[in-house]
Ligand binder design. Structure first.
Ligand code: PEP
Ligand code: MG
Length: 312
């Protein structure tokens, strides 16, 4: 039966015993929407909006923005579309949003921080989103570090009547204080790529330290577990939208840690859907506990695998 589940899983993401784990796509351009649909994503869990701003000398017009957001909503009628506001900075500089040169761009004015310098850019993006908003639209900010960050962003969303405002958990301080962030935000979405980078002080663009970018690092699992627990206690959703979710073994572990939905590159959806369908939520929980109890990344993955038969 497990072999059958591994090869034939279709439809919405769920564990073998029927616990829903919605599976969404990460999308970085309108063209990616087709891949997301072809892979039977249930919606978009991370809509990266940088494409609207790159390689140009002025900000995108309101109409251009509205068209892009509408296109995503229309691709998944009734489904969820989680739009991340612009995540730019000295690491991904934009001609019309200059930032003074920084010695450490990953630690500088990127993500939500750039909107402190350019509040009118945030206003324009949230206005465009509010103009097309419908029930499935979620909006979230990247690089949220503090409760004040979350409160500021969520307030700006509420002022415009946006139906759902969340924050990404990409900075260890935000994971540690997820409870306080969730006093403001409607949901959290863990960006494991940046959360690894900042938890291990290891530049994600630097091959020499890439072993530290391993999501199986037990300290990273702890930060995700802490975030998921805070969300459960707050009665609000916790998603993971970093690359970690694309590994079927990790996807089961994330579900076992209490993460409610997963978003990933469309090409990874089928394997993750099949992996979840072949294991019960209890198995996922046992695998998660076993992984968290290990001292190293390799041990953590091996321990999880031992509880999730059939997964490579
Ligand atoms: C992340 O940091 O995990 C994430 C999803 O965002 P990005 O990779 O775009 O920084
Ligand atoms: Mg990120």
């Amino acid at each position: 039966a497990r072999q059958a589940a591994l090869s034939a899983a279709r439809g919405p993401g769920r564990t073998a015993d029927g616990q829903p784990v919605p599976l969404y796509a990460n999308v970085g351009s309108p063209a990616d929407l087709d891949a997301a649909l072809a892979a039977e994503a249930e919606g978009v869990g991370l809509y990266r909006t940088e494409f609207l701003y790159l390689d140009r000398t002025r900000p995108p017009s309101p109409e251009e923005q509205r068209r892009a957001y509408r296109q995503a909503l229309e691709a998944f009628p009734g489904g969820k579309i989680c739009v991340r506001t612009l995540d730019s900075g000295a690491d991904k500089p934009l001609a019309f949003l200059p930032v003074p040169a920084e010695p450490n761009p990953a630690l500088g004015e990127r993500g939500l921080r750039l909107f402190r310098r350019y509040p009118e850019v945030m206003a324009a993006q949230l206005d465009a989103l509010a103009a097309v908003a419908e029930e499935g639209l979620q909006v979230m900010a990247p690089m949220v570090a503090t409760t004040q960050d979350a409160a500021w962003f969520v307030r700006a969303c509420r002022d415009r009547g946006l139906p759902s405002a969340g924050v990404m958990i990409e900075i260890p301080a935000a994971a540690l204080r997820a409870r306080d962030l969730l006093a403001h935000a409607d949901f959290v979405s863990v960006g494991t790529n940046d959360l690894s980078q900042y938890a291990f002080a290891a530049d994600r663009q630097l091959g020499a330290v890439s072993a530290l970018q391993d999501p199986w690092q037990p300290a990273l699992l702890d930060l995700v577990a802490m975030t998921a627990q805070a969300a459960t206690r707050a009665g609000k959703p916790c998603a993971v939208c970093g690359e970690a979710a694309a590994d079927p073994v990790m996807a089961c572990v994330l579900a076992g840690l209490g993460v409610g939905s997963l978003s990933m590159a469309p090409s990874s959806l089928a394997a993750v859907r099949a992996g979840l369908a072949a294991h019960s939520l209890d198995q996922c929980r046992t695998a998660a506990r076993a992984a968290q109890a290990q001292p190293t990344a390799a041990d953590a993955r091996a321990a999880a695998r031992a509880h999730l038969p059939g997964l490579a």
